[in-house]
Design a protein around this ligand. Sequence first.
Ligand code: GLU
Ligand code: ZN
Length: 284
Amino acid sequence: MNLKPIFRFAPSPNGFLHLGHAYSALLNFHYAKKINADFLLRIEDIDLARSKKVFIDAIYQDLTWLGLSWQKPILMQSSNFNSYKKAANHLIEMDLLYPCFCTRKEIAKNAIKKDPDGAPLYNEHCKILSKGDVVKKISDSLPHQWRLNMDEAIKQTGNLTYLSAQPNPTSKLIEHQIRPQDWGDVVILRKDYPTSYHLSVVIDDAAQNISHIVRGKDLQHSTDVHRILQKLLGLNSPIYTHHDLILDDDNLKLAKSKNSMAIRDLREQGLSAKEIKEKFGFNL
Ligand code: GLU
Ligand code: ZN
């Protein structure tokens, strides 16, 4: 039993950190400090094509400049592919994953609905392929992803909730009912790399005994997928806080913003870390 609470900030090194990342990291750090918890940094570099060393170095530099420090070691997800494979194999043995050979184009063409992220919802085309078809396609080396059979997964887990809190030590815990069916048969192992954000994040949050996850509201719906994966894989579920997003002047999410709000740019323009913290209401 792990008694000390543990928080984490888990950026993907696909670009420079922006103000939204700064807010999230600071919120984690201060919340952790208030309850005498550990604070970890995890580098979510599973997408080997998009992850770059220059962005990883910049993460360390920018967070240090903001006044953050973290317990070592830093977990690099790119060094953990074996754990993800093991978990995925377990789900395959449970008959909960199936290979999908559809292209992005086909999925878009066949979709009637959208998933919570606004992407075309998969129509389960490959769920009914015969065993023979699947064996043939795989032996022909057709590119494929592995999807969760969501109906079957929900049948096995029943209704699930997770605990959510506001980012302060005295916040009441609220039980949040999940609706993973809104995601349909989500991809668990991608075509381009042998894991997915959903699988890796769940495995590593459990492996690192994370007790509190504080992240943006843009990931709130993803938590429904994470919760059902935790249940299927027999993992503990942390307490979740989904904070407001920092928007740019045009009310756009910063990741999609044209205006550069990269922390390093702001620093070069002469903004101080203190000013950034004050802007967010952190008085340190
Ligand atoms: N790596 C994810 C991102 O940068 C966040 C992971 C998480 O906090 O769950 O968007
Ligand atoms: Zn398919």
